[in-house]
Design a protein. Sequence first.
Length: 532
Amino acid sequence: MSLLSVHDLTLTIHGTPILSSVSFDIAPGETFGLVGESGSGKSMTALAVMGLLPHGAATTGTAEFLGQDLLQLPERALTRLRGNEIGMIFQEPMTALNPMKRIGDQVAETLLIHRAAARHDARDMAREKLARVGLPEDRFPLSLYPHELSGGQRQRVAIAMAIALRPKLLIADEPTTALDVTTQAQILDLLNHLTREEEMALLLITHDLAVVAGRTTHTAVMQHGRIVEQGETEPLFRARRHDYTRRLFAASDHRPARNPQTRPEPLLTVENATRDYLLPRPSPFAPHPVLRAVDGVSLTIRKGESLGLVGESGCGKSTLTRAILGLDPLQSGAIRLDGAEVTAGHTMPRSLRARMQVVFQDPYGSFNPRHRVGRLVAEPFHLTGTPRDAEDRVAGALEEVGLQASDRLKYIHEFSGGQRQRIAIARALIIRPDLIVLDEAVSALDVRVRAQILDLLATLQQSHGLSYLFISHDLSVVRAITDRVMVMQSGKIVEEGATEMVFASPRHPYTEKLIAATPRIPAEWKEAAHAD
């Protein structure tokens, strides 16, 4: 017997086909994986089930849940089901949560809307649900706002809201994409634990095959709005009968062909860097507590070298990066780029600042959406002066990253996530820097797009003699693109060495913990593929 049975679901939006003949079944208590790249239709399938489709959407087929066709229910009936019988966890908790409301009130709101508890009881139930997902009140008061929590903690609040009424089906749409490996493992373990304890079915939507490996009973693979392959997870992963599934597997393990031309002379040196932050006073007349975000860090990046910096959120990676880029001052220590001292603020010469560029995690958020791509890519010229051939250099930079010169006339919203990241790389390249800092530059990309970007970075490093500081929580990416790696914990470097040596024989317990938490597909599953 199925809890949710989707049959021949077809979706169009303003006449554009989105989904075509999608069919799958989820049994009570089952964990079902739905995998595929961005744009494959995974999220739209979930939104169709939830009745949250945009204006202009038209559906055919059926989606039967507890004997009711969700596609035919009026909005009032769907409102009663959402949260009560079907819960949903969205990819980005900061946008899913209300920034103006306290976390206790947000969890209680679900109970109040469905009249599952009186106001005074709803707060007690919210306290219990938050504790259930690992946010006990003694450490995480109900009065906290979402911005006062980390990404993993915000995701736990979103989970508490979704399970508040013990729904029979929980839909988790990319619930761990932007989280570090240990937090990701904790969230996935929490979801599995909750579904067992609460006897819920789980629809786990992700682009990462390693996330569903060993965590789901059945998996469906989507491409271009269709399910191209589905079945029990282990046999499906072992056989990989469809070419698209095989390509996803190959991309998940992809390592770019690299021939690093590392030179012995140092490009960037950091010596005993220390950075403190003042925390709020615990009482009006108490002194400010001090948080040491970076604690005596020293590192060297040689010319032509790729250095990886890994660690959990809050370990100090971003603070150290801001200091290296001259955006934040240090309490003590020194940073030098090719012998010249890096200072924060306007005291740092533009010519020195131009020798370092950065590629951010979210390219869409780092671009002004009102400007055309040509102007966005040319932004770094304010450091060096705009050359006479600026337009030709912009066109050349776009072509170098695999785009077309005519793309300079478009706006950033006209591109996919992978294309936006290519534009961000073009912007970093335009003034020919010596060092590019890549801050989680591929963490939000699909596995195949990620493989393409890693290939591009390896090619550009070879052709321009670039040095990279690659900051990531994805250890598989760091292993694929770096020569050396440094592991950061609580503001300190706890282990460093050649990348393969650190991954093969980690010496520090924290490094072992990070490697153990990284999702992976069992090696024996990979070796069992059929050759079609």
